[in-house]
Design a protein. Structure first.
Lengths: 114, 110
């Protein structure tokens, strides 16, 4: 089954404790991205990757890191989480970064930083 | 900065009612408009992508129209059912940049 998986689905952590949210897709998509979703706001892009070893900042990259060592995986790293990073995070992938390319979303990771 | 606005923010309808909501987006440098359906605790799923002024797309009881000159898209649901309850997101692709609206949360009461 074609899908995007994320782990963990839920995470409660404390300020400053490094964490990684994994994302994997099995559709051989070139484009992958991370979004955060906060109440009353649209999905905001954190980072994206056009292909292996190619990553770029989105609109809200501060406090986050990513890597794309393999085509299928695109982990999101929070080196020193802070309470303002409490949010719902989505990973997404699409074949390319074209205007009509449909994005496939993971199930989301709800992160709480105390 | 691209502004994509959706209205209303939330909507409650009775089963069987037809309903519609709006996505407004910048008309300049427009390439495509996407609609996604997001059920609680699930992944957003693609409904439609539209590119041309006057485009209409339909999937079952859900349809969408596009006006690129004035920068809006309507999503229509005919004869709403409880399983239509979800947040409906639109995303506009302008000038190599995609932006999402905040969504319209639809609740259909049995």
């Amino acid at each position: 089954e074609a899908q995007v998986t994320q782990n963990p689905r839920y995470l409660i952590t404390v300020t400053g404790k490094k964490l990684t949210v994994t994302c994997s897709q099995n559709m051989n998509h070139e484009y992958m991205s991370w979004y955060r979703q906060d109440p009353g706001l649209g999905l905001r892009q954190i980072y994206y990757s056009m292909n292996v070893e190619v990553t770029d900042k989105g609109d809200v990259p501060e406090g986050y890191k990513v890597s794309r060592k393999e085509k299928r995986n695109f982990p999101l790293i929070l080196e020193s989480p802070s309470p303002n990073q409490t949010s719902l995070y989505f990973c997404a992938s699409s074949l390319y970064r074209g205007s009509t390319d449909t994005q496939y979303f993971g199930p989301g990771t709800r992160l709480t930083v105390l | 900065i691209l502004n994509v606005e959706q209205s209303p923010q939330s909507l409650h309808v009775q089963e069987g009612d037809s309903t519609n909501f709006t996505c407004s987006f910048p008309s300049s440098n427009f390439y495509a408009l996407h609609w996604y359906r997001w059920e609680t605790a699930k992944s957003p799923e693609a409904l439609f992508v539209m590119t041309l002024n006057g485009d209409e797309k339909k999937k079952g009881r859900i349809s969408a129209t596009l006006n690129t000159k004035e920068g809006y898209s309507y999503l229509y649901i005919k004869g709403s059912q409880p399983e239509d309850s979800a947040t409906y997101l639109c995303a506009s692709y302008n000038n190599n940049d995609m932006r999402f609206g905040a969504g319209t949360r639809l609740t259909v009461k049995p």
